[in-house]
Write a protein that binds this ligand. Structure first.
Ligand code: DX5
Ligand code: ZN
Length: 226
């Protein structure tokens, strides 16, 4: 199982995205948090910024939409060339239609769940998605503490993915550090978003390498911690 480290530019210097991207070249994807001040109580940026990031980033973009009405807005991010577009389950009554539209445009389709959202209704829909994002903090802000209470949900997903033979990435986002990444990896995550722990490090490349190593050595089924 591959390990992916996706630094979140929410923790980067907003006035210098291009140079900040050059600090994370060894990462797998760039995580881009879109917040609308409605679905979450915070505001970042939108499609115009993503179109420009798409031009200057050597890494594929992993878009995380924390916005209302993804049926209306999500396709635009796929059309802009984003590699992956993840929207929130709580924000739409038609997740399958949104995912199908994203795939049709050529992006990977992801669905995100807040810490308190049950996975049960979504288990039978998993083949419609390329990624499930299990939020490990309440969405809206960087720099919060990892919620270990979300790990049973992740473990259920890992079991469903493995038993179903599905090709689906399991992503965690929020409070991921060199310590907490071991817990999330052991519970079944393979794709790790890290904001402050990467951009707050003196040497982001070394931090990415450390995160990758810790996740790899604790990954689900590796025999340690299981
Ligand atoms: C929070 C965002 C996260 C955030 C993570 O709502 O979705 O992607 O950037 O930041 P850290 O890693 O600092 O918790
Ligand atoms: Zn995010």
């Amino acid at each position: 199982m591959a390990t992916r480290i996706n630094p979140s530019i929410l923790a980067a210097d907003f006035a210098n995205f291009e140079s900040e991207l050059s600090r994370i070249r060894s990462a797998d994807l760039v995580h881009v948090d879109i917040m609308d001040n409605h679905f979450v109580p915070n505001l970042t940026f939108g499609l115009g910024m993503v179109e420009r990031l798409q031009q200057v980033s050597s890494l594929p973009l992993d878009i995380h939409l924390m916005i209302d009405d993804p049926a209306r807005w999500a396709p635009g991010y796929a059309e802009a060339g984003a590699f992956s577009v993840t929207f929130h389950a709580e924000a739409t009554t038609e997740p399958v239609a949104v995912a199908r539209r994203l795939r049709q445009i050529g992006a990977r389709a992801g669905i995100a769940l807040k810490p308190g959202t049950d996975i049960t209704p979504y288990l039978e829909l998993l083949p419609e998605f390329d990624q499930v994002l299990v939020m490990t903090v309440e969405p809206g802000f960087g720099g919060q503490s990892f919620m270990e209470s979300t790990m049973p949900k992740l473990a259920r997903l890992r079991t469903a993915v493995d038993q179903g033979g599905l090709d689906l990435w399991l992503q965690v986002d929020g409070g991921i550090t060199a310590q907490t990444i071991e817990i999330a990896a052991a519970a079944g995550a393979d794709t790790f978003v890290a904001g402050s722990s990467v951009f707050g490090a003196e040497n982001p490349a070394a931090q990415i390498a450390l995160l990758r190593e810790r996740a790899g050595s604790h990954r689900h089924g590796a025999g340690n911690l299981e």
